[in-house]
Design a protein. Structure first.
Length: 267
């Protein structure tokens, strides 16, 4: 059984290693896959997007996600079985919601805040070690989900709500910045399929409007299709449109933050 881990813990402290140790102590045969521990601190929606995008490339198993700015509060800790057979474990703050939608919805949900599988005493600030990692490990070792906690109505689970793209108007396509990666490439809430009839075509010039500033880019396939330092719009690895600068940082150059409005227009 695989257990995947996605967190905002980073790599400088002991948090990830301790979670590995807890899992290995309980389920020594489980295979751990570190999806990423580089989600920006407290960025629940970005973690939800990354979990959703990467899930199809993971073997069926148990997927633990911990981006948890409300740790130690009344927010619930949950474990879910999706209709495609995958299990998700993490805080009930919307972090898991895009993934369960990708996995055909929730079949069974339990509140594991006071699970008999948790480590005692439970730290108020490290539920990754004391709640999520041991619950996932016991499930990987064969424990039944229904016995891991108290039953929950899936309809009560928290969800994240990414902004809706504004659509096309007066020759412009409205979008929002969703997230940026470590290279400064900015993902938009648009797919290539939504551009039909907008005049935006591969190889063509694109005017990018951010607030009151305008930038000229090329709608390209990959970074090297434009010169070094030049802007491009492209379809990323998860089939969403993104803005990049060849060997540069589009997020910093354009001053884009999550939810900022972006308008695209064919030139």
């Amino acid at each position: 059984m695989i257990i995947s881990l996605l967190t905002d813990y980073g790599a400088d402290d002991d948090f990830v290693g301790v979670c590995h140790g807890v899992i290995a102590s309980i389920a020594p045969d489980a295979r751990i896959i570190d999806l990423t521990h580089g989600i920006p601190r407290g960025a629940v929606r970005q973690g939800a997007l990354v979990l959703r995008n990467t899930l199809p490339y993971m073997p069926a198993g148990i997927h633990v996600a911990v981006v948890d700015p409300q740790v130690g509060t009344e927010r619930r800790a949950v474990a879910l079985r999706c209709r495609d057979g995958r299990m998700l474990v993490g805080p009930d703050n919307g972090l898991l919601s895009l993934a369960w939608e990708r996995a055909e919805g929730v079949e069974l949900a339990v509140d594991v805040t006071r699970s008999t599988h948790r480590l005692e005493p439970v730290s108020a600030t490290f539920h990754g070690r004391d709640v999520f990692a041991p619950v996932a490990a016991y499930l990987a070792a064969g424990a039944q989900l229904a016995e891991a906690g108290e039953p929950l109505d899936p309809e009560t689970l928290a969800q994240v709500q990414p902004p809706e793209p504004a659509g096309a108007e007066d020759g412009r396509v409205g979008a929002h910045a969703l997230a940026a990666d470590r290279f400064g490439n900015v993902v938009l809430d648009l797919s290539h399929e939504t551009l039909a009839g907008t005049g935006l075509t591969l190889g063509g010039e694109v005017e990018i409007a951010v607030r009151d500033e305008f930038h000229l880019a090329t709608y390209a396939v990959t970074f090297a299709d434009v010169g070094q330092g030049e802007l491009l719009v492209y379809e990323d690895a998860y089939r969403m449109l993104a803005i990049a600068i060849n060997q540069g940082d589009a997020q910093a150059t354009l001053g884009l933050e999550p939810d900022d409005e972006v308008q695209l227009r064919a030139r």
